[in-house]
Design a protein around this ligand. Structure first.
Ligand code: SF4
Ligand code: SF4
Length: 181
């Protein structure tokens, strides 16, 4: 059945171009502050740069799924002769590191590709990355194929929150946020 086309939005990362300037973290946290651009706090960013100046390691990672416990699949990676420490490429919001947990609410953070109305030309982290280490891409795929793609980020985020806090708590909190706006 032909269901038409769907656009897949992605951010491609070139770790060799990243200088660790952290402009992406600041822009993301500013865009997601309430009201928008009212504050900057990289601890609230949905992108974090794993850095080690001694090994020239700079890896921008986007907040992915939340997990209640740390994993035991940690590895040191060597790519093109360069060594990357454990967890460098992991997108999980996990209790063994302080990335991707909202410091005030303790809710997990997840990259939402800067969803907004009207839609942005490209996400803010990409917009501010002067090194072009982050590149925004859109591609069209048949809707049948799209249906087999993983759940959208919003759905995954909501499922994660409901698993962690229960549906009622999430709905109550959402109502409270709407009231506060
Ligand atoms: S803005 Fe670009 S160069 Fe700077 S830390 Fe982020 S990804 Fe790296
Ligand atoms: S796409 Fe938007 S939400 Fe995701 S990391 Fe970049 S600035 Fe943050």
């Amino acid at each position: 059945m032909n269901l038409g086309m769907k656009i897949i939005r992605e951010i491609l990362v070139d770790v060799d171009k990243c200088t660790g300037c952290r402009a992406c973290e600041m822009a993301c946290s500013a865009f997601h502050s309430n009201p928008k651009f009212s504050s900057i706090n990289p601890a609230k960013a949905r992108i974090r740069v794993v850095s080690n100046e001694l090994t020239d390691e700079y890896v921008p990672i986007f907040a992915g799924n939340h997990t209640k416990s740390g994993c035991d699949g940690r590895h040191v990676y060597t790519v093109d002769g360069k060594t990357y420490s454990e967890c460098s490429f992991c997108r999980a919001s996990c209790p063994t590191r302080d990335y991707f947990i909202e410091p005030d609410s303790r809710f997990p953070l997840k990259c939402d590709m800067c969803e907004s109305t009207p839609a942005l030309k490209q996400p803010w982290c990409v917009e501010v990355c002067g090194e072009h280490a982050l590149v925004y891409s859109e591609r069209e795929v048949p809707r049948e194929q799209a249906a087999q793609e993983p759940l959208g980020q919003l759905e995954i985020g909501l499922q994660t929150l409901m698993k962690q806090h229960g549906m009622e708590a999430v709905i109550a909190r959402l109502k409270q946020i709407v009231k506060e706006k």
